[in-house]
Each structure stands twice: as C-alpha cells, then as structure tokens.
Design a protein around this ligand. Structure first.
Ligand code: HEC
Length: 112
C-alpha cells in the first residue's frame, strides 16, 4: 500500500517507546523520594487531622496507634496517604505524599 506511511509509523513507535521508558524511569525515581517530615506535618495538620480526630473523640493520633491499624509497612503507609489524599481530591504530587508519609512514619509508625 502506501510506502510512505511505514517509516512514519515506525518512527512513531520508537518515540512512543522512548516516552514510555522515560515515564517509567520517572516513576522509579519518585518511588525513592525521601519525604520531608516538616512539610508533611504542615500538610497533615491542614488536610488530615480533623476527620481522623472526629472518629476518635478528638484524638487524631489514635488513627495511627489503634491496635487494629491497617498499615503494616512503609509501602502500605505511602499508599494509605495516597488513598486518603485522593479521596479528598487533593491531587498531591508523589513528593507531598512522601512528605506526609515521612512525618507519620517518624511520629507514629517507625517502619524501617
Ligand atoms: C473524610 C475523612 C478522612 C480524611 C479527611 C482523611 N482520612 Fe485518613 N482515614 C480515614 C478513615 C475512615 C480511615 C480508616 C480506614 C480503615 O480503617 O479502613 C483512615 C485511615 C488512614 C490511614 C491508615 C491508618 C492505619 O490504620 O494505620 C492513614 C495513614 C491515613 N488515613 C492518612 C490520611 C492522610 C495523610 C490524610 C490527609 C491527606 C487523611 N488520612 C485524611 C478518613 C479520613
């Protein structure tokens, strides 16, 4: 058929593959992001405490220290922070999730 479309299609494929590779490289890098607990504390104070506190007679820290807590490791903590922030519609960057996870980990969970 049309011979001119083939090289173009091939080139598009290479470009797409390159884009996917650099995207996943960015994803890998962001997994290694070390959060800043001070920034995380401020974010947590602003967006997260009130609702948790409402569930435990005003003591928000009980969400993280209750015996049947859901979070068993650092990866789970990150994903809970990501999940709760998404539920709030906050659209946090991975860095902000990592900041809050670092704060909560330092103060409550102390996972390695
Ligand atoms: C509208 C209420 C609400 C808000 C706002 C909220 N959370 Fe939560 N969060 C919950 C509830 C309810 C649970 C318990 C879920 C369960 O037990 O399955 C929870 C659980 C968690 C847990 C897991 C606790 C455990 O069991 O170890 C983390 C971590 C957490 N939230 C982080 C956050 C962060 C960070 C924010 C702010 C971005 C936030 N939450 C905002 C309702 C909320």
């Amino acid at each position: 058929m049309n011979k001119k479309t083939k090289p173009l299609a091939a080139r598009t494929l290479v470009l797409t593959a390159t884009a996917i590779l650099s995207l996943s490289a960015a994803g890998w890098a962001s997994e290694a992001v070390k959060g800043d607990p001070a920034k995380g504390e401020a974010l947590h104070e602003k967006h997260c405490i009130a609702c948790h506190a409402g569930r435990f007679d005003g003591d928000a820290s009980k969400m993280y220290t209750r015996p049947n807590r859901k979070t068993a490791n650092l990866a789970k903590l990150n994903s809970m922070v990501g999940y709760c922030s998404q539920q709030l519609g906050l659209q946090w960057f991975d860095e902000e999730v990592a900041d809050v996870a670092a704060y909560l980990n330092g103060k409550y969970y102390q996972f390695k």
